[in-house]
Unconditional design. Sequence first.
Length: 597
Amino acid sequence: MKVAEETGGHAPAEDTAGGYELPIWAQVRMMGGAFWHSSVRNRVLWQALALLLVILATAYMQIVLNEWNVPFYNSLERRDVPEFLRQLQIFVGIAGTLLLLNVCQTWLNQMAALSMREGLTRDLVDEWLKDRRAVRLANSGTIGVNPDQRLHEDARNLSEITTALSIGLVQSTILLGSFIGVLWTLSNDFAFTIGTQHIAVPGYMVWAAFFYAGVASMLSRVVGRRLVGLNAERYSREADMRFLLMRTNENLTAISLARGEKRERKRIMGRISAVLSITRQLVTANTNLTWVSAGFGWLSQVAPIIIAAPVYFSGQITFGGLMMAVGAFNQVNLALRWYVTNFGQIADWHATLGRVSAFRHALLEMDRKKATGMVIDYRLQSDETIRIEDLTLCLRAGAAHFESGLRLQEGGVSVARGERVMVNGDPGINRHLLFGAMAGLWPWGRGVIGLPPEESVLFMPQTGYLAGASLQEVLAYPLSPDVFSKNELLLALDRTGLSRLKPILDTTARWDKVLDSDDQMKLRFANALLLKPDFIIMDDLLEGLEPETQANLVGVIEDLGDTGLLYIGRSQAFIEALTPRVVHLETARGLHAVVDK
Protein backbone atom coordinates (compact mmCIF):
# COMPACT_ATOMS: atom_id res chain seq x y z
CA MET A 1 0.00 0.00 0.00
CA LYS A 2 1.43 3.38 -0.96
CA VAL A 3 0.84 6.03 1.64
CA ALA A 4 0.35 8.69 -1.00
CA GLU A 5 -2.61 6.71 -2.31
CA GLU A 6 -4.02 5.45 0.95
CA THR A 7 -3.72 8.80 2.72
CA GLY A 8 -5.20 11.12 0.23
CA GLY A 9 -2.47 11.46 -2.38
CA HIS A 10 -0.29 13.96 -0.55
CA ALA A 11 3.21 14.50 -1.83
CA PRO A 12 6.02 12.82 0.03
CA ALA A 13 8.19 14.79 2.39
CA GLU A 14 11.35 14.31 0.35
CA ASP A 15 11.45 14.71 -3.40
CA THR A 16 15.04 13.96 -4.23
CA ALA A 17 17.58 11.24 -3.68
CA GLY A 18 20.25 13.71 -2.66
CA GLY A 19 20.11 12.75 0.99
CA TYR A 20 21.13 9.18 0.16
CA GLU A 21 23.99 9.79 -2.26
CA LEU A 22 27.46 8.92 -0.96
CA PRO A 23 31.02 9.83 -2.01
CA ILE A 24 32.67 7.23 -4.21
CA TRP A 25 34.85 5.89 -1.38
CA ALA A 26 31.81 5.47 0.87
CA GLN A 27 29.94 3.70 -1.93
CA VAL A 28 32.78 1.22 -2.39
CA ARG A 29 33.10 0.70 1.37
CA MET A 30 29.38 0.06 1.88
CA MET A 31 29.06 -2.32 -1.08
CA GLY A 32 32.30 -4.06 -0.06
CA GLY A 33 30.88 -4.59 3.43
CA ALA A 34 27.69 -6.02 1.94
CA PHE A 35 29.75 -8.44 -0.14
CA TRP A 36 31.87 -9.50 2.83
CA HIS A 37 28.76 -10.48 4.80
CA SER A 38 26.98 -12.15 1.87
CA SER A 39 26.45 -15.87 1.45
CA VAL A 40 28.43 -15.92 -1.83
CA ARG A 41 31.62 -14.44 -0.36
CA ASN A 42 33.59 -17.69 -0.08
CA ARG A 43 32.48 -18.89 -3.50
CA VAL A 44 33.54 -15.61 -5.14
CA LEU A 45 36.88 -15.64 -3.31
CA TRP A 46 37.64 -19.15 -4.58
CA GLN A 47 36.67 -18.10 -8.09
CA ALA A 48 38.88 -15.00 -7.74
CA LEU A 49 41.82 -17.16 -6.62
CA ALA A 50 41.34 -19.48 -9.60
CA LEU A 51 41.16 -16.46 -11.91
CA LEU A 52 44.36 -15.06 -10.42
CA LEU A 53 46.19 -18.33 -11.08
CA VAL A 54 44.90 -18.41 -14.67
CA ILE A 55 45.92 -14.78 -15.22
CA LEU A 56 49.40 -15.44 -13.80
CA ALA A 57 49.79 -18.48 -16.07
CA THR A 58 48.59 -16.40 -19.03
CA ALA A 59 51.10 -13.65 -18.23
CA TYR A 60 53.92 -16.21 -18.04
CA MET A 61 52.94 -17.71 -21.39
CA GLN A 62 52.81 -14.22 -22.92
CA ILE A 63 56.38 -13.65 -21.74
CA VAL A 64 57.34 -16.96 -23.36
CA LEU A 65 55.56 -15.87 -26.54
CA ASN A 66 57.37 -12.52 -26.51
CA GLU A 67 60.75 -14.25 -26.12
CA TRP A 68 59.82 -16.58 -29.00
CA ASN A 69 59.79 -13.49 -31.25
CA VAL A 70 63.61 -13.29 -31.22
CA PRO A 71 64.48 -16.71 -32.77
CA PHE A 72 61.43 -16.63 -35.02
CA TYR A 73 62.13 -13.25 -36.63
CA ASN A 74 65.87 -13.94 -36.73
CA SER A 75 65.14 -17.13 -38.68
CA LEU A 76 63.18 -15.01 -41.15
CA GLU A 77 66.04 -12.53 -41.37
CA ARG A 78 68.52 -15.39 -42.09
CA ARG A 79 66.06 -17.17 -44.41
CA ASP A 80 66.60 -20.32 -42.31
CA VAL A 81 63.68 -22.58 -43.35
CA PRO A 82 64.32 -25.53 -40.92
CA GLU A 83 64.59 -23.17 -37.96
CA PHE A 84 61.50 -21.29 -39.19
CA LEU A 85 59.46 -24.53 -39.24
CA ARG A 86 60.74 -25.53 -35.79
CA GLN A 87 59.71 -22.17 -34.37
CA LEU A 88 56.25 -22.63 -35.87
CA GLN A 89 55.90 -25.94 -33.99
CA ILE A 90 56.90 -24.21 -30.77
CA PHE A 91 54.32 -21.50 -31.50
CA VAL A 92 51.53 -24.10 -31.79
CA GLY A 93 52.27 -25.32 -28.26
CA ILE A 94 52.38 -21.78 -26.86
CA ALA A 95 49.22 -20.68 -28.67
CA GLY A 96 47.35 -23.85 -27.65
CA THR A 97 48.19 -23.27 -23.99
CA LEU A 98 47.10 -19.63 -24.22
CA LEU A 99 43.84 -20.69 -25.89
CA LEU A 100 43.08 -23.11 -23.05
CA LEU A 101 43.86 -20.43 -20.47
CA ASN A 102 41.63 -17.92 -22.30
CA VAL A 103 38.69 -20.37 -22.28
CA CYS A 104 39.17 -21.05 -18.55
CA GLN A 105 39.36 -17.34 -17.84
CA THR A 106 36.16 -16.65 -19.78
CA TRP A 107 34.25 -19.36 -17.89
CA LEU A 108 35.56 -18.20 -14.50
CA ASN A 109 34.82 -14.58 -15.41
CA GLN A 110 31.17 -15.32 -16.20
CA MET A 111 30.71 -17.57 -13.17
CA ALA A 112 32.19 -14.90 -10.89
CA ALA A 113 29.83 -12.30 -12.40
CA LEU A 114 26.91 -14.69 -11.85
CA SER A 115 27.90 -15.25 -8.21
CA MET A 116 28.32 -11.51 -7.67
CA ARG A 117 24.89 -10.85 -9.14
CA GLU A 118 23.33 -13.53 -6.96
CA GLY A 119 24.84 -12.09 -3.80
CA LEU A 120 24.02 -8.47 -4.67
CA THR A 121 20.45 -9.09 -5.80
CA ARG A 122 19.63 -11.28 -2.80
CA ASP A 123 21.12 -8.69 -0.47
CA LEU A 124 19.12 -5.83 -2.01
CA VAL A 125 15.85 -7.77 -2.02
CA ASP A 126 16.46 -8.87 1.56
CA GLU A 127 17.04 -5.28 2.69
CA TRP A 128 14.13 -3.99 0.59
CA LEU A 129 11.52 -6.33 2.05
CA LYS A 130 12.34 -5.80 5.72
CA ASP A 131 9.68 -4.48 8.08
CA ARG A 132 7.88 -2.04 5.76
CA ARG A 133 11.07 -0.49 4.46
CA ALA A 134 9.81 -0.81 0.90
CA VAL A 135 6.66 1.22 1.47
CA ARG A 136 8.55 3.86 3.48
CA LEU A 137 11.12 4.06 0.69
CA ALA A 138 8.36 4.47 -1.90
CA ASN A 139 7.35 7.66 -0.10
CA SER A 140 10.87 9.06 0.29
CA GLY A 141 11.13 10.85 -3.03
CA THR A 142 12.77 9.85 -6.31
CA ILE A 143 14.99 7.26 -4.63
CA GLY A 144 11.89 5.10 -4.15
CA VAL A 145 10.69 5.36 -7.75
CA ASN A 146 11.02 2.20 -9.87
CA PRO A 147 12.95 0.04 -7.38
CA ASP A 148 12.68 -2.85 -9.86
CA GLN A 149 15.25 -1.08 -12.08
CA ARG A 150 17.80 -0.97 -9.26
CA LEU A 151 17.03 -4.49 -8.04
CA HIS A 152 17.22 -6.05 -11.49
CA GLU A 153 18.95 -4.13 -14.26
CA ASP A 154 21.30 -1.98 -12.15
CA ALA A 155 22.31 -4.94 -9.96
CA ARG A 156 23.03 -7.04 -13.06
CA ASN A 157 25.07 -4.28 -14.71
CA LEU A 158 27.03 -3.54 -11.54
CA SER A 159 27.87 -7.22 -10.98
CA GLU A 160 28.98 -7.87 -14.55
CA ILE A 161 30.91 -4.62 -15.00
CA THR A 162 32.61 -4.92 -11.59
CA THR A 163 33.76 -8.43 -12.42
CA ALA A 164 35.00 -7.49 -15.88
CA LEU A 165 36.83 -4.37 -14.70
CA SER A 166 38.37 -6.12 -11.69
CA ILE A 167 39.71 -8.96 -13.81
CA GLY A 168 40.97 -6.52 -16.43
CA LEU A 169 42.71 -4.38 -13.83
CA VAL A 170 44.40 -7.38 -12.19
CA GLN A 171 45.44 -8.74 -15.56
CA SER A 172 46.84 -5.38 -16.66
CA THR A 173 48.72 -5.00 -13.37
CA ILE A 174 50.29 -8.45 -13.73
CA LEU A 175 51.16 -7.74 -17.36
CA LEU A 176 52.75 -4.46 -16.36
CA GLY A 177 54.79 -6.13 -13.62
CA SER A 178 55.82 -8.94 -15.96
CA PHE A 179 56.84 -6.90 -19.01
CA ILE A 180 58.14 -3.67 -17.54
CA GLY A 181 61.26 -5.52 -16.39
CA VAL A 182 61.65 -7.13 -19.79
CA LEU A 183 61.24 -3.78 -21.54
CA TRP A 184 63.67 -2.05 -19.16
CA THR A 185 66.28 -4.75 -19.73
CA LEU A 186 65.87 -4.55 -23.50
CA SER A 187 66.15 -0.77 -23.60
CA ASN A 188 68.60 -0.27 -20.75
CA ASP A 189 71.54 0.14 -23.14
CA PHE A 190 69.72 2.22 -25.75
CA ALA A 191 71.73 5.28 -26.69
CA PHE A 192 71.50 8.07 -29.24
CA THR A 193 74.28 9.80 -31.09
CA ILE A 194 73.67 13.48 -31.71
CA GLY A 195 76.58 15.03 -33.50
CA THR A 196 79.60 13.98 -31.50
CA GLN A 197 77.69 13.32 -28.30
CA HIS A 198 76.66 9.81 -27.20
CA ILE A 199 73.46 10.05 -25.04
CA ALA A 200 72.38 6.99 -23.03
CA VAL A 201 68.79 6.79 -21.68
CA PRO A 202 68.40 3.85 -19.27
CA GLY A 203 64.97 2.25 -19.68
CA TYR A 204 64.28 4.49 -22.66
CA MET A 205 61.22 2.56 -23.93
CA VAL A 206 59.72 2.26 -20.43
CA TRP A 207 59.64 6.05 -20.07
CA ALA A 208 58.25 6.33 -23.60
CA ALA A 209 55.45 3.88 -22.73
CA PHE A 210 54.55 5.82 -19.57
CA PHE A 211 54.47 9.12 -21.46
CA TYR A 212 52.40 7.65 -24.28
CA ALA A 213 49.80 6.09 -21.93
CA GLY A 214 49.71 9.20 -19.70
CA VAL A 215 48.79 11.49 -22.59
CA ALA A 216 46.08 9.04 -23.71
CA SER A 217 44.62 8.79 -20.18
CA MET A 218 44.55 12.55 -19.72
CA LEU A 219 42.76 13.11 -23.03
CA SER A 220 40.26 10.33 -22.24
CA ARG A 221 39.45 11.95 -18.91
CA VAL A 222 38.87 15.34 -20.50
CA VAL A 223 36.79 14.06 -23.43
CA GLY A 224 34.72 11.49 -21.47
CA ARG A 225 34.01 13.39 -18.25
CA ARG A 226 30.25 13.65 -19.01
CA LEU A 227 29.72 9.90 -19.38
CA VAL A 228 29.04 9.13 -15.67
CA GLY A 229 26.17 11.61 -15.40
CA LEU A 230 24.75 10.66 -18.79
CA ASN A 231 24.74 6.95 -17.95
CA ALA A 232 22.98 7.55 -14.61
CA GLU A 233 20.34 9.70 -16.32
CA ARG A 234 19.84 7.10 -19.05
CA TYR A 235 19.16 4.35 -16.49
CA SER A 236 16.63 6.60 -14.75
CA ARG A 237 14.78 7.43 -17.96
CA GLU A 238 14.81 3.81 -19.13
CA ALA A 239 13.22 2.80 -15.81
CA ASP A 240 10.53 5.48 -16.15
CA MET A 241 9.62 4.31 -19.63
CA ARG A 242 9.48 0.64 -18.62
CA PHE A 243 7.29 1.47 -15.62
CA LEU A 244 4.85 3.43 -17.80
CA LEU A 245 4.67 0.59 -20.35
CA MET A 246 4.04 -1.92 -17.55
CA ARG A 247 1.36 0.26 -15.96
CA THR A 248 -0.35 0.79 -19.31
CA ASN A 249 -0.35 -2.95 -20.00
CA GLU A 250 -1.84 -3.64 -16.55
CA ASN A 251 -4.70 -1.22 -17.21
CA LEU A 252 -5.46 -1.82 -20.89
CA THR A 253 -9.16 -2.55 -20.33
CA ALA A 254 -9.80 0.61 -18.34
CA ILE A 255 -7.79 2.69 -20.81
CA SER A 256 -9.67 1.28 -23.80
CA LEU A 257 -13.09 1.77 -22.20
CA ALA A 258 -12.20 5.36 -21.35
CA ARG A 259 -10.95 5.84 -24.94
CA GLY A 260 -7.64 6.94 -23.49
CA GLU A 261 -5.35 5.28 -26.03
CA LYS A 262 -4.45 8.63 -27.62
CA ARG A 263 -3.54 10.15 -24.28
CA GLU A 264 -1.47 7.15 -23.19
CA ARG A 265 0.24 7.00 -26.56
CA LYS A 266 1.24 10.65 -26.16
CA ARG A 267 2.61 9.96 -22.67
CA ILE A 268 4.58 6.91 -23.84
CA MET A 269 5.92 8.78 -26.85
CA GLY A 270 7.11 11.49 -24.49
CA ARG A 271 9.04 8.93 -22.42
CA ILE A 272 10.50 7.40 -25.59
CA SER A 273 11.65 10.86 -26.69
CA ALA A 274 13.30 11.41 -23.29
CA VAL A 275 15.17 8.09 -23.58
CA LEU A 276 16.24 8.81 -27.15
CA SER A 277 17.40 12.30 -26.20
CA ILE A 278 19.75 11.10 -23.46
CA THR A 279 20.88 8.20 -25.66
CA ARG A 280 21.83 10.64 -28.42
CA GLN A 281 23.94 12.58 -25.92
CA LEU A 282 25.59 9.30 -24.89
CA VAL A 283 26.27 8.44 -28.54
CA THR A 284 27.97 11.80 -29.02
CA ALA A 285 30.03 11.44 -25.83
CA ASN A 286 31.10 7.88 -26.72
CA THR A 287 31.94 8.94 -30.26
CA ASN A 288 34.16 11.73 -28.97
CA LEU A 289 35.85 9.25 -26.62
CA THR A 290 36.43 6.88 -29.55
CA TRP A 291 38.53 9.55 -31.27
CA VAL A 292 40.96 9.24 -28.37
CA SER A 293 40.84 5.51 -27.58
CA ALA A 294 40.79 4.29 -31.19
CA GLY A 295 43.27 6.95 -32.32
CA PHE A 296 45.85 5.95 -29.74
CA GLY A 297 45.05 2.29 -30.42
CA TRP A 298 45.90 2.60 -34.13
CA LEU A 299 48.93 4.73 -33.37
CA SER A 300 50.16 1.92 -31.13
CA GLN A 301 50.72 -0.19 -34.25
CA VAL A 302 53.71 1.93 -35.27
CA ALA A 303 54.56 3.99 -32.17
CA PRO A 304 56.94 1.41 -30.59
CA ILE A 305 58.72 0.85 -33.92
CA ILE A 306 59.16 4.60 -34.40
CA ILE A 307 60.42 4.94 -30.81
CA ALA A 308 62.96 2.10 -31.19
CA ALA A 309 63.89 2.83 -34.84
CA PRO A 310 66.88 5.09 -34.09
CA VAL A 311 68.47 2.37 -31.98
CA TYR A 312 67.75 -0.32 -34.60
CA PHE A 313 69.15 1.74 -37.47
CA SER A 314 72.27 2.46 -35.44
CA GLY A 315 72.86 -1.32 -35.36
CA GLN A 316 72.57 -1.74 -31.58
CA ILE A 317 69.85 -4.45 -31.86
CA THR A 318 68.91 -7.10 -34.39
CA PHE A 319 65.55 -7.30 -36.18
CA GLY A 320 64.45 -10.04 -33.74
CA GLY A 321 65.52 -7.86 -30.80
CA LEU A 322 63.53 -4.98 -32.28
CA MET A 323 60.37 -7.12 -32.55
CA MET A 324 60.85 -8.40 -29.00
CA ALA A 325 61.16 -4.79 -27.77
CA VAL A 326 58.05 -3.84 -29.78
CA GLY A 327 56.12 -6.77 -28.28
CA ALA A 328 57.18 -5.85 -24.74
CA PHE A 329 56.30 -2.18 -25.37
CA ASN A 330 52.85 -3.17 -26.61
CA GLN A 331 52.21 -5.30 -23.51
CA VAL A 332 53.35 -2.51 -21.16
CA ASN A 333 51.36 0.05 -23.12
CA LEU A 334 48.29 -2.22 -23.10
CA ALA A 335 48.53 -2.50 -19.32
CA LEU A 336 49.05 1.24 -18.84
CA ARG A 337 46.20 2.04 -21.26
CA TRP A 338 43.69 -0.03 -19.27
CA TYR A 339 42.10 3.19 -18.03
CA VAL A 340 41.82 4.59 -21.55
CA THR A 341 40.46 1.40 -23.08
CA ASN A 342 37.88 0.95 -20.33
CA PHE A 343 36.96 4.58 -19.66
CA GLY A 344 33.43 4.19 -21.04
CA GLN A 345 32.87 1.05 -18.99
CA ILE A 346 34.34 2.73 -15.89
CA ALA A 347 31.86 5.60 -16.33
CA ASP A 348 29.02 3.06 -16.66
CA TRP A 349 30.25 1.28 -13.51
CA HIS A 350 30.43 4.56 -11.61
CA ALA A 351 26.85 5.39 -12.60
CA THR A 352 25.42 1.99 -11.63
CA LEU A 353 27.45 1.90 -8.41
CA GLY A 354 25.98 5.27 -7.46
CA ARG A 355 22.41 4.15 -8.15
CA VAL A 356 22.70 0.81 -6.35
CA SER A 357 24.62 2.19 -3.36
CA ALA A 358 22.18 5.10 -2.96
CA PHE A 359 19.29 2.62 -3.04
CA ARG A 360 20.90 0.36 -0.43
CA HIS A 361 21.89 3.32 1.73
CA ALA A 362 18.31 4.61 1.61
CA LEU A 363 16.99 1.22 2.71
CA LEU A 364 19.32 1.15 5.70
CA GLU A 365 18.42 4.74 6.56
CA MET A 366 14.73 3.85 6.65
CA ASP A 367 15.36 2.26 10.06
CA ARG A 368 17.59 5.06 11.35
CA LYS A 369 15.96 8.13 9.89
CA LYS A 370 13.14 9.38 12.03
CA ALA A 371 10.19 11.21 10.54
CA THR A 372 10.60 14.96 10.80
CA GLY A 373 7.97 17.37 12.01
CA MET A 374 5.08 16.36 14.24
CA VAL A 375 5.40 12.64 14.89
CA ILE A 376 2.94 10.25 16.53
CA ASP A 377 4.08 8.44 19.66
CA TYR A 378 3.84 4.70 18.89
CA ARG A 379 3.80 2.40 21.91
CA LEU A 380 3.73 -1.35 22.44
CA GLN A 381 0.62 -2.38 24.40
CA SER A 382 1.15 -5.23 26.82
CA ASP A 383 -2.50 -5.49 27.97
CA GLU A 384 -3.89 -6.91 24.69
CA THR A 385 -5.66 -3.74 23.60
CA ILE A 386 -5.48 -1.19 20.80
CA ARG A 387 -5.37 2.30 22.24
CA ILE A 388 -5.64 5.76 20.63
CA GLU A 389 -5.12 8.79 22.87
CA ASP A 390 -5.37 12.48 21.91
CA LEU A 391 -4.50 11.66 18.31
CA THR A 392 -4.39 14.45 15.72
CA LEU A 393 -3.23 13.66 12.20
CA CYS A 394 -1.36 16.10 9.96
CA LEU A 395 -2.60 16.38 6.41
CA ARG A 396 0.92 17.03 5.13
CA ALA A 397 4.00 14.88 5.55
CA GLY A 398 6.78 16.39 7.64
CA ALA A 399 4.66 19.28 8.92
CA ALA A 400 6.06 21.05 11.98
CA HIS A 401 2.71 22.70 12.60
CA PHE A 402 -0.70 22.78 10.94
CA GLU A 403 -3.86 24.77 10.80
CA SER A 404 -6.07 21.77 10.11
CA GLY A 405 -5.90 18.05 10.55
CA LEU A 406 -7.99 15.07 11.65
CA ARG A 407 -8.84 13.89 15.15
CA LEU A 408 -11.31 11.67 16.96
CA GLN A 409 -14.30 13.57 18.25
CA GLU A 410 -14.26 11.47 21.40
CA GLY A 411 -10.59 12.24 22.01
CA GLY A 412 -9.54 8.59 22.05
CA VAL A 413 -10.65 5.00 21.87
CA SER A 414 -9.53 1.56 23.05
CA VAL A 415 -10.33 -1.81 21.53
CA ALA A 416 -10.06 -5.00 23.61
CA ARG A 417 -10.18 -8.61 22.48
CA GLY A 418 -13.67 -9.45 21.19
CA GLU A 419 -14.74 -5.80 20.85
CA ARG A 420 -16.13 -4.30 17.65
CA VAL A 421 -15.42 -0.61 17.04
CA MET A 422 -16.20 1.49 13.97
CA VAL A 423 -14.48 4.80 13.19
CA ASN A 424 -16.96 6.82 11.21
CA GLY A 425 -16.85 10.38 9.97
CA ASP A 426 -18.49 13.02 7.89
CA PRO A 427 -18.43 12.75 4.09
CA GLY A 428 -15.14 14.04 2.72
CA ILE A 429 -13.15 13.04 5.82
CA ASN A 430 -10.04 11.14 4.75
CA ARG A 431 -10.41 8.05 6.93
CA HIS A 432 -7.65 6.29 4.98
CA LEU A 433 -5.21 8.63 6.73
CA LEU A 434 -6.11 7.06 10.08
CA PHE A 435 -5.57 3.56 8.70
CA GLY A 436 -2.14 4.62 7.40
CA ALA A 437 -1.31 6.05 10.83
CA MET A 438 -2.42 2.87 12.62
CA ALA A 439 -0.20 0.82 10.31
CA GLY A 440 2.79 3.12 10.95
CA LEU A 441 2.83 4.27 7.33
CA TRP A 442 1.72 7.83 8.12
CA PRO A 443 3.57 8.87 11.29
CA TRP A 444 2.89 12.60 11.03
CA GLY A 445 0.70 13.98 13.78
CA ARG A 446 0.61 14.05 17.55
CA GLY A 447 -0.85 11.86 20.25
CA VAL A 448 -0.43 8.19 21.09
CA ILE A 449 -1.18 4.99 19.20
CA GLY A 450 -0.68 1.82 21.24
CA LEU A 451 -0.70 -1.55 19.49
CA PRO A 452 -0.15 -5.15 20.61
CA PRO A 453 2.84 -7.06 19.12
CA GLU A 454 2.66 -6.84 15.33
CA GLU A 455 2.27 -10.59 14.84
CA SER A 456 -1.08 -10.41 16.65
CA VAL A 457 -2.53 -7.65 14.43
CA LEU A 458 -3.79 -8.07 10.86
CA PHE A 459 -4.10 -4.92 8.73
CA MET A 460 -6.57 -5.21 5.85
CA PRO A 461 -6.31 -2.25 3.43
CA GLN A 462 -9.09 -1.43 1.00
CA THR A 463 -7.01 -2.77 -1.87
CA GLY A 464 -5.28 -6.00 -0.94
CA TYR A 465 -2.52 -8.06 -2.46
CA LEU A 466 -3.13 -11.47 -3.98
CA ALA A 467 0.15 -13.17 -4.78
CA GLY A 468 0.65 -14.70 -8.23
CA ALA A 469 0.88 -18.16 -6.68
CA SER A 470 -1.26 -21.22 -6.06
CA LEU A 471 -4.65 -20.63 -4.47
CA GLN A 472 -3.60 -22.41 -1.28
CA GLU A 473 -0.57 -20.10 -1.00
CA VAL A 474 -2.83 -17.06 -1.39
CA LEU A 475 -5.16 -18.41 1.30
CA ALA A 476 -2.30 -18.93 3.77
CA TYR A 477 -0.36 -15.74 2.93
CA PRO A 478 2.06 -14.73 4.43
CA LEU A 479 2.42 -18.16 6.05
CA SER A 480 3.21 -21.38 4.22
CA PRO A 481 0.17 -23.45 3.24
CA ASP A 482 1.84 -26.36 5.04
CA VAL A 483 0.91 -24.66 8.31
CA PHE A 484 -2.73 -25.52 7.67
CA SER A 485 -4.42 -28.81 6.86
CA LYS A 486 -6.17 -29.13 3.54
CA ASN A 487 -9.45 -29.43 5.39
CA GLU A 488 -8.89 -26.03 7.05
CA LEU A 489 -8.25 -24.46 3.67
CA LEU A 490 -11.39 -25.98 2.20
CA LEU A 491 -13.55 -24.92 5.18
CA ALA A 492 -12.31 -21.32 4.79
CA LEU A 493 -13.41 -21.35 1.14
CA ASP A 494 -16.80 -22.82 2.09
CA ARG A 495 -17.41 -20.23 4.81
CA THR A 496 -16.67 -17.27 2.53
CA GLY A 497 -18.80 -18.51 -0.38
CA LEU A 498 -15.95 -19.70 -2.59
CA SER A 499 -16.74 -23.41 -2.63
CA ARG A 500 -16.45 -23.49 -6.41
CA LEU A 501 -12.70 -22.82 -6.09
CA LYS A 502 -12.01 -25.95 -4.04
CA PRO A 503 -11.06 -28.11 -7.07
CA ILE A 504 -8.36 -25.63 -8.13
CA LEU A 505 -6.65 -25.25 -4.76
CA ASP A 506 -3.27 -26.17 -6.33
CA THR A 507 -3.71 -23.95 -9.40
CA THR A 508 -1.38 -20.99 -9.88
CA ALA A 509 -2.85 -17.86 -11.46
CA ARG A 510 -3.03 -14.08 -11.32
CA TRP A 511 -5.99 -14.12 -8.95
CA ASP A 512 -6.41 -10.35 -9.08
CA LYS A 513 -7.16 -10.83 -12.80
CA VAL A 514 -9.11 -14.11 -12.57
CA LEU A 515 -11.51 -13.14 -9.76
CA ASP A 516 -13.89 -10.19 -9.60
CA SER A 517 -13.66 -7.66 -6.77
CA ASP A 518 -16.25 -9.41 -4.58
CA ASP A 519 -14.50 -12.79 -4.85
CA GLN A 520 -11.14 -11.18 -4.16
CA MET A 521 -12.55 -9.71 -0.95
CA LYS A 522 -13.99 -13.11 0.02
CA LEU A 523 -10.57 -14.64 -0.51
CA ARG A 524 -9.01 -12.06 1.80
CA PHE A 525 -11.59 -12.81 4.51
CA ALA A 526 -10.89 -16.53 4.11
CA ASN A 527 -7.25 -15.66 4.74
CA ALA A 528 -8.25 -13.82 7.94
CA LEU A 529 -10.23 -16.88 9.11
CA LEU A 530 -7.14 -19.05 8.73
CA LEU A 531 -4.71 -16.62 10.37
CA LYS A 532 -6.99 -16.02 13.40
CA PRO A 533 -5.29 -12.80 14.54
CA ASP A 534 -6.01 -11.25 17.93
CA PHE A 535 -6.93 -7.97 16.25
CA ILE A 536 -7.95 -6.87 12.77
CA ILE A 537 -7.84 -3.27 11.56
CA MET A 538 -9.95 -2.86 8.40
CA ASP A 539 -9.97 0.04 5.96
CA ASP A 540 -13.56 0.33 4.67
CA LEU A 541 -13.48 -3.17 3.18
CA LEU A 542 -17.23 -3.52 2.64
CA GLU A 543 -17.53 -0.36 0.57
CA GLY A 544 -18.83 -1.03 -2.95
CA LEU A 545 -19.53 -4.76 -2.50
CA GLU A 546 -22.77 -6.45 -3.44
CA PRO A 547 -25.35 -6.61 -0.57
CA GLU A 548 -25.18 -10.42 -0.53
CA THR A 549 -21.37 -10.30 -0.29
CA GLN A 550 -21.55 -7.74 2.50
CA ALA A 551 -23.98 -9.90 4.45
CA ASN A 552 -21.80 -12.98 3.96
CA LEU A 553 -18.61 -11.25 5.06
CA VAL A 554 -20.25 -9.65 8.09
CA GLY A 555 -21.19 -13.19 9.08
CA VAL A 556 -17.55 -14.20 8.66
CA ILE A 557 -16.58 -11.37 11.01
CA GLU A 558 -18.99 -12.76 13.60
CA ASP A 559 -17.21 -16.11 13.28
CA LEU A 560 -13.94 -14.45 14.33
CA GLY A 561 -15.10 -14.75 17.94
CA ASP A 562 -12.82 -12.96 20.39
CA THR A 563 -10.81 -11.19 17.69
CA GLY A 564 -10.83 -7.46 18.37
CA LEU A 565 -11.98 -5.45 15.35
CA LEU A 566 -11.39 -1.81 14.44
CA TYR A 567 -13.34 -0.97 11.29
CA ILE A 568 -12.37 2.37 9.72
CA GLY A 569 -15.16 3.35 7.33
CA ARG A 570 -18.92 3.53 6.82
CA SER A 571 -21.00 0.37 6.45
CA GLN A 572 -24.65 0.05 7.37
CA ALA A 573 -24.49 -3.73 7.07
CA PHE A 574 -21.64 -3.79 9.60
CA ILE A 575 -23.58 -1.59 12.05
CA GLU A 576 -26.81 -3.56 11.76
CA ALA A 577 -25.22 -6.98 12.15
CA LEU A 578 -22.58 -6.30 14.79
CA THR A 579 -23.82 -3.15 16.60
CA PRO A 580 -20.29 -1.85 17.09
CA ARG A 581 -19.26 1.04 19.31
CA VAL A 582 -18.98 4.01 16.94
CA VAL A 583 -16.50 6.87 17.22
CA HIS A 584 -16.20 9.80 14.85
CA LEU A 585 -13.29 11.25 12.91
CA GLU A 586 -13.59 14.99 12.38
CA THR A 587 -11.64 17.90 10.97
CA ALA A 588 -9.47 19.65 13.56
CA ARG A 589 -8.99 23.35 12.81
CA GLY A 590 -7.17 26.25 14.42
CA LEU A 591 -4.31 24.08 15.70
CA HIS A 592 -0.86 25.62 15.72
CA ALA A 593 1.17 22.84 17.28
CA VAL A 594 4.92 23.07 17.46
CA VAL A 595 7.30 20.12 17.40
CA ASP A 596 8.49 19.14 20.87
CA LYS A 597 12.18 19.80 21.38
